[in-house]
Write a protein of this length. Structure first.
Length: 541
């Protein structure tokens, strides 16, 4: 059976030739795209530092003592961190406050919006991988000058209409990977913003935990100070009664009044700090000071986690959002080196258009009124005063700068973890000493008060014992709070467990990695290597 080839409805032979021209243009574009490659360095992530831990000696557990926050803590090697690590403090009020902040905090919302901006920039740049097709339907009504006629009109009319609908196609094949490297750089910037968003998330949750602990500490210090003031007030009443009976001197009354006034002077300072801390927690949740958060915190309501994670040093660079962001910044800088190299190479542009023109709408489909054209243009820069050369050198310098910034971020991250581990160890010892000091100061005060009733000690010794006991109580509260704060700081230093939250980031590339461009074939002759850390840029001499 013979195959019958039918013309498409409404298209004449000329129209088919026009469509064929556009098809040829698209085919050439596809061929050019397939033959493309990418100049510049291919990014390879840096290896983790070759170390076995964060401290010179092996870490064990911490000491323990009695009272709030006195539990011993144990370091667990390679223990994973939950996505909601703050729940380990077993505080429903803290959980509610963080949930509110994650919904309402404006800095976190701004970071999420910035992430959206970078993602859209990537998708916008990807559009240059495809041809640009535009339509320009034109319609004109014209009057010819006197003595002339429109040569294409059969009726020799001086007033005529002209309709010219046409389709324009333009495409620049990505021969040397200019667009691919640009997309790669933008994608790296988007990934950097993703990790900066994670860093904002971690900073927010950590600040709320630290804020809650600080509020609890201030409440404890206020409570201890008020108890000490009550004791001083009761003693002042006794001394005044003794003076009335002739058993105490005026100096004893004045001395006790001075000590009481000094203790009372500490209350406004603590109350101011507590009010400001409440304002901070309100602001972190996106609220205004006139509508403070309802949750309040005391140290006794917080549980001290007894098992603490110590991630392998090789994992820290995967877990810390700031390291990941610095790595993506380095990745973007590497891609921009390729962009600067590609800008020095020739570019190919393919254009074409097809359409029809007639003086009547019906005539648009008349054979002979169709037209099409397509062509290509190769352009290159022969002289620019060294502009492109210096831009390439600047891109390489920016790459080395990003490399050093990445290394600095890694060093700081390891320092943060080591500082937190050391702090946790010394905090436990400090609390143990503070509890002992408080007990000793209380015992001394009780003895001095008993001796005073017997008239065996001077009033000045009583005042000294009172002051020592008050300081010991405040120090104990601060030492308790320090254990909670530095525990939270360790979770923050290790990355905060963002990888365990459902639907969060995964370390995958969302763009196709470009092929390595054989630069030695394009530029025959000796090559020059520009090395920086674990990355190498190869460029022509």
């Amino acid at each position: 059976m013979k195959k019958i080839r039918r013309n498409r409805p409404g298209l004449s032979q000329g129209a088919r030739r026009g469509a064929a021209g556009v098809s040829t243009l698209l085919a050439l574009s596809s061929l050019a795209a397939l033959s493309g490659c990418s100049v510049g360095p291919d990014f390879v992530a840096s290896a983790a530092p070759d170390v076995n831990g964060y401290t010179a000696e092996k870490l064990g557990g911490t000491s323990s003592t009695t009272g709030v926050g006195g539990s011993a803590q144990r370091f667990v090697k390679d223990m994973d961190i939950p996505g909601q690590w703050w729940t380990l403090f077993h505080s429903k009020a803290l959980n509610r406050l963080i949930e509110t902040a994650l919904v309402n905090n404006h800095d976190l919302k701004a970071a999420e919006a910035a992430l959206k901006v970078t993602k859209e920039a990537v998708e916008a740049q990807k559009g240059f991988f495809y041809p640009t097709i535009t339509g320009t339907p034109n319609a004109y009504r014209s009057l010819q000058a006197t003595g002339t006629v429109a040569p294409f009109l059969s009726n020799n009319a001086s007033v005529y209409n002209l309709y010219t609908p046409q389709v324009n196609v333009s495409y620049s094949p990505d021969i040397f990977g200019l667009n691919r490297r640009t997309v790669e750089s933008l994608q790296a910037q988007a990934d950097m913003q993703r990790f900066q968003t994670e860093a904002a998330y971690l900073t927010l949750t950590s600040n709320i935990v630290l804020g809650a602990v600080q509020e609890a500490s201030l409440r404890g210090q206020l409570e201890a100070t008020k108890k000490a003031i009550k004791t001083m007030q009761d003693l002042l009443v006794v001394i005044k009664q003794e003076k009335a009976l002739g058993q105490a001197a005026v100096a004893d009354v004045a001395t006790q009044e001075a000590a009481l006034a000094a203790a009372l002077a500490t209350l406004p300072v603590l109350e101011k700090e507590l009010a400001q801390q409440r304002n901070l927690l309100t602001a972190l949740t996106g609220g205004l000071p006139s509508e403070p958060v309802s949750e309040t915190f005391e140290l006794a309501s917080l549980h001290l986690p007894e098992k603490l994670p110590v991630s392998l040093s090789a994992k820290l660079i995967e877990q810390r959002p700031d390291i990941r962001a610095a790595e993506e910044n380095l990745h973007s800088a590497a891609a921009l080196v390729g962009v600067s190299i590609a800008n020095r190479l020739p570019t190919l542009s393919i254009t074409g258009n097809a359409g029809t023109t007639a003086s009547t709408l019906a005539g648009l489909f008349v054979p002979g009124n169709y037209f099409w054209t397509y062509g290509a243009e190769l352009a290159g820069t022969f002289f620019d005063g060294g502009t492109l050369m210096h831009r390439e050198a600047g891109a390489e310098a920016a790459f080395r700068q990003a490399d050093e910034q990445y290394k600095s971020t890694v060093v700081t991250a390891f320092q943060n973890v080591a500082d937190s581990l050391r702090a946790i160890q010394h905090d436990a010892d400090g609390l143990k000493v503070a509890v002992f000091a408080e007990a000793a100061a209380k015992k001394s005060l009780d003895i001095v008060l008993a001796q005073r009733k017997l008239g065996q000690v001077a009033q000045i010794l009583v005042l000294q014992a009172e002051q020592i006991y008050l300081n010991a109580v405040v120090n104990r509260v601060q030492a308790q709070a320090m254990r909670y704060s530095d525990t939270a700081a360790l979770f923050q230093a290790l990355g905060g467990g963002w990888w365990n939250r459902p639907g969060e980031l995964a370390r995958v590339d969302t763009y196709a990695k470009p092929d390595i461009f054989p630069i030695d074939k394009l530029y025959p002759g000796p090559q020059q290597e520009v090395k920086s850390s674990d990355y190498t840029i190869v460029k022509p001499n």
